[in-house]
Design a protein. Sequence first.
Length: 380
Amino acid sequence: MHDHLGRSAGTGAGRRTVLRAGIATAVAAAGVGAGQGAAHAATGSPGASANVRAGATAGPRAINGTKIKNLTGPQETGAFGAQWTDLGIPVLSPGGGMLYLAGDTYDGEVALEGDWRAPVALRSSSTDPASLTIDGSVGGAHAKGLVPEDHQNNNTALPSDVFAIGDTLYMHLMRGPLHRTHHSDFWRSTDNGENWEYLCQWPGDMLGGQFQQKTYAVADDGYCYVLSSVFNRDVESGLLLHRVPHDRVGDPAAYEPWGAPDGSWGWGKAATTVTRPRRWGEICLRAMGGKYALSWLNMDPLDMRVQIFATPTSDLFATPEQTVIVPTSPGNESGNAVASPYGGFIVPGSTFEDFHMIVSQWYDNRNYRCMQYRINGLAA
């Protein structure tokens, strides 16, 4: 058996080791253990005051959640050679249905065994968040790797986002060993995700590494707004904002930073973090309901959070951080309490009143999957 980085088990810290160690430490620090899942599900966070954070002026709202279903697993996606996979970033496919961009994928008896591919694309013919079921894949009976990646020298190709502009899909990948991004690259598909064309790349050390992980909100003003961070849960990073015209999204020279190096915010200035630095997990920015929603995996304390704001340049330092997923231990999951959660991507078709997320989980080699959660009680 091999770990996520392609090394024989026991030779070093692979993805599973990284996830389990980081999540376990965060869970312990939060005081989450057996019997606490129900309490967290009732309050929506480890403490009532944590439901709304950072600049909130009103009392906390009661945020809760419900697991809708497992989206991937041997029973759900084994028919597509994707028994074990994660991330599942959802996007409406221009040709119809929903496409889920998944990360490291295996078809063995347990996770980390069998044919290793990344990324892969799974599909559901339904686009209604109330009836999502994966019933297809790019590659048919064996979901194929979407880009060349032989996983030599511990490398993989992990997606941070997928989005559509018109009839074209775009995909952003982080390349290199886990949490040691050598570069990120950008691809497009004009046939609903069946085939992908390389467009460009960015060096992993650009902007101090804070341009490794990117998420894109496609706005109706002709721009995509891009938030980015370091892709390493052990490293504190700022969160940077850029904008790029729809028709130049594959041109690195067209990305314009937002910053305030002189104390006055503006476009075209040196990129400055738009919120307090922290250890970021996965991030997801979407334009929805006439506003913007940012979801992310927070590492200290461990939870998933959402911010809702009016414009891409709203003050995130003062925008409430709403806790939507909280950690618990295996066997004590209920409501919005999840064992070893990560990911947390917003499902198209969500509203602030009916908010759906794709949440990943990995705590042993038979519990590695994507799940659908519904969140109630967001303040918009």
